[in-house]
Design a protein around this ligand. Structure first.
Ligand SMILES: C[S@@+](CC[C@H](N)C(=O)[O-])C[C@H]1O[C@@H](n2cnc3c(N)ncnc32)[C@H](O)[C@@H]1O
Length: 252
């Protein structure tokens, strides 16, 4: 019948669009992809709001056993929920293409993503360069440092997404991200990310109580961002309006 791929937004059960909530009502099965992000509320709260049982879909199910989602979608309506937006900073193109190839009707219902909600910081979204992620296992990883270097060369801002290990309930914090970048700086010594580099740490964007702090890397190391999820931004060249916007986040 139909596979609905629905972005549920970044925070609570009410961030879903009316269109998304109405689609879920029609579905006999509701999956929630739970390995690339984390909802701000419990699964029970989401289930209560939608009046449906939610099946958690881990990487193994989505990438290796996607027939568990696709087979029922051939007979009935099935929802595949994604935290944030369906195709933003996450890769569900394979599921989409396989569903289409198998003749399933697919309807995508979009929502806000970390990629646009980060606009609250006040840095122009069109002045961001390549986005990068910092993995937990980063001993020999320098790619995020190189992305900042390239973006800075082009006067562009860098959004760094921080790793998630949902299975072990582990979420990388701003502090760990800064420590990692300083470690790479210590090795490379190219002055791409030093203790005096201005950066902006953000946590729980999309909630009613987001935490946003701008300051030097050294200052942010001491800041308390609280519960996940966290991201880090390294600004490129700042327009004076962007400079003004960052001033409001300086009270640590
Ligand atoms: C793979 S991305 C999220 C993709 C998601 N589909 C979206 O559209 O936002 C997950 C990473 O984005 C960042 N992130 C997601 N939601 C966030 C939030 N509400 N506040 C701060 N950072 C967030 C974190 O660094 C997290 O590890």
């Amino acid at each position: 019948m139909t596979l609905y791929m629905i972005g549920i937004g970044l925070w609570d059960e009410k961030d879903i669009t009316v269109k998304g909530a109405e689609a879920i009502k029609k579905c006999s099965k509701v999956f929630l992809e739970n390995y690339t992000s984390k909802p701000g509320v419990s699964i029970e709260r989401l289930e209560k709001f939608h009046g449906k049982k939610i099946i958690l879909a881990d990487r193994n199910l989505v990438e290796k056993h996607n027939y568990e989602i696709l087979e029922p979608a051939k007979q009935e309506c099935v929802s595949f929920l994604v935290i944030g937006d369906v195709f933003s900073a996450t890769t569900h193109t394979d599921l989409y293409l396989t569903a289409i190839k198998e003749g399933i009707n697919v309807i995508v219902i979009n929502n806000a993503s970390i990629l646009n909600v980060v606009g609250i910081v006040g840095l122009e979204l069109y002045k961001y360069g390549k986005t990068t992620s910092i993995p937990f296992h980063n001993k020999d990883v320098e790619a995020p440092y190189d992305v900042i270097k390239q973006n800075k060369k082009n006067k562009l801002h860098t959004l760094l997404l921080l790793d998630i290990d949902a299975e072990h309930n582990k979420y990388m914090m701003v502090k760990e991200a800064i420590e990692y970048l300083l470690r790479v700086e210590n090795k490379r010594r190219e002055k791409v990310f030093t203790k005096t580099t201005t950066c902006v740490g953000v946590a729980r964007l999309g909630s009613e109580k987001p935490k946003i702090i701008s300051g030097t890397a050294e200052q942010l190391l001491k800041a308390d961002f609280g519960e996940p999820l966290h991201s880090l931004i390294v600004p490129g060249e700042l327009h004076f309006v962007e400079e003004d916007a960052l001033k409001q986040w300086k009270n640590i």
